[in-house]
Design a protein. Sequence first.
Length: 228
Amino acid sequence: MKKLFTCLLDLLYPNLCVICNESLVRGEELICFHCLHQMPKTNYHLELDNTVEKRFWGKVPVYRATSYFHFYKGSPFQQLLHELKYRGNKEIGRVMGRFAGVDLLDTDDFASIDVIVPVPLHPKKQLKRGYNQSEWIARGLSEALNKPVDATHLIRIKENTTQTKKSVFERYQNTQGIFALNDVTVFEKKHVLLVDDVLTTGSTLEACVLALMETNHIKISVFTLALA
């Protein structure tokens, strides 16, 4: 009876891949294995001094940095980010974070982190959206890496304007002093993995790193789901 009920639900409300809209089969979750295989993954977690790490050189001290996949405007995988950020599909963050976390286990630098910290949203923005997409990515990473998520101690203290259509310098100005730690001791002697959804100029992540650096003896690495 339960199997019949499940089949009826699948018929009325079919589970479709968020990329290609084809029906998902058993074992697939939100994205089909074919689209997952086609994803333009960076594999930068396997490469020292990679493109992502170089974006922080001369700005803030980041131990390791990587992004899961390349984001090209107009590509099918743009749909993933739109569903995650603007259409309420927060589960995409968890599922993709888990896939990425499995890959990160291949490198000691990322597998040995102590805690995962998502880039926080301002409370007003999180209330409007209903969730923090970076926190859901962090949850998925946590499932794979078996490390805790701390979404409490790094906070956003200012509500900045949207980064969209801003220049590199304008993005930098827009993120100055907007993050803070409410306890500068909580991450002492910890390797923190800072998590965001998309890396563009890196100004938001740089501002987070500066706030985290108020802690003594901290090591900071960076992960983003996508690289623009």
